[in-house]
Write a protein that binds this ligand. Structure first.
Ligand SMILES: *[C@@H]1O[C@H](CO)[C@@H](O)[C@H](O)[C@H]1NC(C)=O
Ligand SMILES: *[C@@H]1O[C@H](CO)[C@@H](O)[C@H](O)[C@H]1NC(C)=O
Length: 198
């Protein structure tokens, strides 16, 4: 299976164990975390709720290969100890798949690690950083994972609605490029209504 899909699965479905990988592909190196902005004064309560994945970019994504990628949605629910239950809903093979994982707060507000990481075989680290958000319209989130000694990173453009302005999408593209990605690594998933509106 191609790496892009591997990372998608990795990020979304947790099918880590089952994916073969194409280790011949060269990956663009992940930026050091200190080059990735962090939303100042992050408000974890306001960030809760459903976000549509309006845009995706990462070192294992490929625009041609993933041109048919369908939009999915991710819901954040705060637990008492300030971790999030993070549930993604995907339309997958004619069914709605739900995938739950837990984001544990790490060194600074807006930064998280993956709970129960030992369950995700091959995953050595997983870092999530909320780059910027206004809580009620848009967010950009950075993810970095080391999987079988290879470093993958991606950014997601979240919208409270399925459509975001041209300007917000352009800002996302600029940010992806500032992290070393190219147009080939940037995807705007196809709008769907199944599953993600539930
Ligand atoms: C988070 O998920 C766990 C495990 O499924 C569940 O027990 C808990 O109630 C959930 N928390 C919230 C806030 O929904
Ligand atoms: C898709 O669903 C059908 C019917 O449930 C099943 O037979 C098939 O194996 C599934 N395909 C994949 C790739 O999961």
């Amino acid at each position: 299976m191609a790496l892009g899909l591997l990372w998608l699965s990795l990020a979304l479905l947790g099918f880590l164990q089952t994916q073969a990988q194409d280790s011949t592909q060269n990956l663009i190196p992940a930026p050091p975390l200190d080059r990735v902005p962090l939303q100042p004064d992050f408000q974890n309560e306001l960030f809760q709720g459903k976000w549509y994945i309006v845009g995706l970019a990462g070192n294992a994504f490929n625009k041609e290969e993933h041109s048919q990628l369908k939009m999915y949605a991710t819901t954040y629910e705060l637990n008492e100890e300030n971790s999030y239950n993070v549930t993604s809903i995907l339309a997958w093979n004619e069914t709605c798949d739900h995938w739950l994982r837990i984001f544990i707060p790490s060194s600074q507000p807006g930064e998280f690690t993956l709970g129960n990481i030992e369950r995700y075989i091959g995953t050595q680290s997983y870092t999530v950083r909320v780059v910027a958000t206004d809580y009620n319209q848009v967010a950009t989130v950075f993810f970095k994972t080391v999987y079988k000694n290879r470093e993958f990173f991606k950014i997601t453009l979240y919208g409270r609605t399925k459509e975001l302005t041209h300007e917000l999408k352009e800002n996302f593209i600029s940010f992806a490029k500032a992290l070393g990605l190219t147009d080939e690594h940037i995807i705007f998933p196809i709008h769907i209504d199944q599953c993600i509106d539930e």
